[in-house]
Design a protein around this ligand. Structure first.
Ligand SMILES: Cc1cc2nc3c(=O)[nH]c(=O)nc-3n(C[C@H](O)[C@H](O)[C@H](O)COP(=O)(O)OP(=O)(O)OC[C@H]3O[C@@H](n4cnc5c(N)ncnc54)[C@H](O)[C@@H]3O)c2cc1C
Length: 468
């Protein structure tokens, strides 16, 4: 009997079905709880393959998810019983045009490749602080990094993208072509199509920087927060820091300053002298090659664990709430077997906020991010428990941050594990979440969504409800 041919047979890349030995790997994600059992995974080779995969999904009535780096802890690149367009295997190359200072980056690349290729020419752009994260989700959702102080968001450095839309059209989005689409993909996530190539502005970058963890005991916290309150409003364009309330390998609370100075070790130690004079218990900061900067957190941020992420914003460094959170981190680690980290991100925001709010889809706010992460080992499904635990800490943080608006309380979109609570499909409730995520830009995004994805095919991450 002849086997009926489908569009999948015309695809140049690999098609992986549940009976394939590669299937488990094909649906694996950075966070184990973000995995869903897809019906078919397509490792696409080019835009034409993407068009065919989308057409096949439509014919078969399958929901679609797109995978870049696979790091979204909400499961935004996974879909139960649906079709995955996976860009990571073939669309992962980076080409640098050093004369034009542009990086041509495959939609399924990770930041490590961008950092390494660009630095061969003494160039860099704003990338994620953990270099195995995908360029795709991070850029489309905004993208903060160590160079945000100098060059804004990853999305602000996007000059052009090639987008395959829901009907299979291959479009260029830039300030000159399809400007509405270009507006939408800089912060609006994967709502508008599949990006096969991102083109980033690159900037001259010195070859070494001062960076690394400096670890303090809880009794140093009061002084650290006092210094932070003086330092942060005046932090210069070479400075940035993440402060992390977390635990040591024995589960005891520690406060870690991940320092970054875009200069030599002596310049960095000078800039952070007040912090260093407090007397850390361990000081591992040193001068490192720039391309190692986004690798310094790789060891603690590896794949294959359960994870819950939650973001909120902060008005000002606050001792009382930070101390409570730090003590709680120790208790949570001891009693609940979570590895907790509450990360206060101090990336100076003047470049981010120099871009007008209505110039891109990204919701720009004056306040920096706090990211809460709860990781766990083993098969046990602990997402609900992690969500409830995170909420207790969020309540403490809100208490210490008087005047946080509702959008600020909802945090940075890419840190939201509830971005894709969508196994139920898109609903009015999800629309409310998208309204919060995009704030004043939401009505414009609804009009653009109607133009490029009227049937809401791309609905895995803060799905925007098309305008009527
Ligand atoms: C360890 C770790 C470190 C992080 N560090 C940072 C950081 O420093 N700065 C920061 O801003 N954020 C950071 N994040 C958050 C990060 O931005 C999000 O998790 C983001 O979704 C990851 O993108 P991805 O491509 O790896 O994920 P995926 O799970 O593959 O994709 C996420 C979303 O983007 C869509 N998508 C991805 N690629 C494409 C594409 N080419 N075309 C269309 N849609 C696409 C997917 O469909 C999905 O909706 C971090 C997350 C983790 C887990």
């Amino acid at each position: 009997m002849a086997i009926e041919k489908t569009l999948l047979d015309e695809i140049k890349g690999e098609v992986v079905l549940p009976n394939n030995p590669d299937y488990k790997k094909a649906i694996a994600r950075w966070a184990t709880n973000a995995e869903r059992k897809a019906k078919v995974v397509v490792f696409v080779k080019d835009a034409d393959d993407i068009g065919k995969a989308l057409q096949y999904a439509k014919q078969e009535g399958l929901s679609v998810a797109v995978r870049g780096g696979g790091h979204n802890a909400a499961g935004a690149s996974s879909v139960e019983g649906g079709l995955i367009v996976d860009l990571s295997r073939h669309l992962n190359k980076v080409r640098i045009d050093a004369n034009a200072k542009l990086g041509y980056v495959g939609g399924g690349s990770v930041w490590r490749t961008v950092d390494e290729e660009a630095m061969k020419h003494g160039l860099a752009t704003v990338g994620g602080t953990v270099n195995h994260t995908g360029v795709g989700g991070l850029t489309l959702g905004g993208g903060y990094g160590w160079l945000t102080n100098r060059h804004g968001l990853a999305a602000d450095n996007l000059r052009q993208a090639t987008v395959v839309t829901a009907d299979g059209s291959i479009l260029t989005a830039s300030s000159k072509e399809n400007e509405d689409l270009f507006f939408a993909i800089r912060g609006g996530g994967g709502n508008f199509g599949v990006i096969t190539e991102f083109v980033y502005q690159l900037h001259p970058q010195r070859s070494t920087v001062f960076a690394g963890p400096v670890i303090y005991a809880p009794d140093s916290l009061k002084k650290i927060i006092e210094i932070t309150n003086r330092w942060w409003p005046n932090a210069g364009e070479n400075e940035a820091m993440c402060q992390v309330a977390t635990v040591d390998p024995e589960g005891r609370p520690i406060f870690v300053l991940l320092m970054f100075y875009n200069g030599s070790e002596s310049e960095g130690r000078d800039a952070y002298k007040e912090f260093l004079d407090v007397g850390p218990i361990i000081d591992l900061a040193k001068e490192i090659p720039f391309e190692d900067l986004n690798a310094m957190q790789n060891a603690q941020s590896g794949p294959g664990r359960g994870a819950y992420l939650k973001g909120i914003k902060q008005k000002a460094p606050d001792f009382a709430s930070t101390l409570k959170v730090l003590i709680q981190a120790g208790e949570i680690s001891q009693n609940q077997n979570f590895f907790p980290s509450i990360i206060y991100e101090y990336f100076p925001l003047s470049k981010v906020n120099a871009v007008p709010i209505d110039a891109t889809a990204f919701r720009r706010e004056l306040s920096p991010n706090i990211l809460l992460t709860f990781a766990w080992d083993g098969e046990e499904e602990k997402t609900q428990e992690a969500r409830a635990t995170a909420q207790k800490l969020v309540d403490i943080l809100i208490e210490g941050q008087k005047g946080l608006s509702k959008t600020e309380q909802s945090g940075y979109t890419n840190y939201d594990t509830d971005a894709a609570l969508l196994d139920v499909g898109y609903t009015a409730g999800n629309g409310d979440r998208a309204k919060l995520a995009f704030s004043s830009n939401y009505p414009k995004l609804q009009i653009i969504k109607k133009k490029y994805d009227p049937e809401n095919v791309f609905n895995r991450w803060f799905p925007i409800i098309p305008a009527v």
